[in-house]
Design a protein around this ligand. Structure first.
Ligand code: FAD
Length: 154
């Protein structure tokens, strides 16, 4: 295996999917998913971010290629969501979400200010995101998340 395709090479995979559970139960489900994710991802050096918007989600997974693919395979079989679609996947030179084994942010249309900052004009359609836009969106969320955490620590 060469440097680029080797199973230990740093990879990032981004996908989108649709939650199957009722919206009212989402917060509880996300809390459970994040707690499992942190436990599992830590063991295989995966970091990432999960953005939830209404019933949809976009997730970035980054880490050694083999670990990313194994984790994504498990996620695809999870009945709590459906029709996962890969937005982009491939080797990267650095992590973008290295601070979190997994972290979630839930946005709703009520988060007008945040959506406007993201250029989403009050609505966000994950189906229209290509790899570049999805990464930009998740990096913006990373920035918001970091600022929120800093404020909470003051
Ligand atoms: P456990 O958490 O012990 O779960 C055992 C089995 O029960 C699994 O098959 C699981 O799918 C299923 N299960 C657990 N709770 C429920 C429930 N409430 N309803 C239905 N089935 C349930 N896992 C990661 O490791 N890393 C991630 O980054 C990650 N991201 C995720 C993102 C999304 C959007 C979703 C929906 C799931 C994600 N998961 C992630 C969870 C993943 O799908 C698996 O559930 C998990 O990895 C299994 O971990 P475990 O083997 O420790 O089993």
């Amino acid at each position: 295996m060469n440097e680029i395709s080797g199973s230990k090479t740093l990879h990032r995979l981004m996908y989108r999917s649709h939650f199957t559970i009722p919206r009212a139960d989402l917060d509880e489900a996300i809390t459970s998913i994040i707690s499992t994710s942190i436990r599992n991802n830590r063991q295989v050096a995966i970091t990432g971010l999960l953005l939830v918007y209404e019933d949809d989600c976009i997730q970035a997974l980054e880490g050694p290629a083999e670990a990313v693919l194994t984790t994504y395979g498990r996620i695809c079989n999870d009945p709590r969501h459906e029709t996962p679609i890969v937005i982009s996947a491939g080797p990267v030179t650095a992590r973008e979400f290295g601070d979190w084994n997994m972290c979630a942010r839930r946005l709703t249309p009520a988060d007008d200010a945040i959506l406007k900052t993201l250029g989403a004009h009050g609505t966000l359609d994950p189906a229209r995101l290509d790899g570049r836009k999805a990464l930009r969106l998740l990096k913006s969320i990373r920035g918001i998340q970091e600022r929120t955490q800093l404020q909470a620590m003051r």
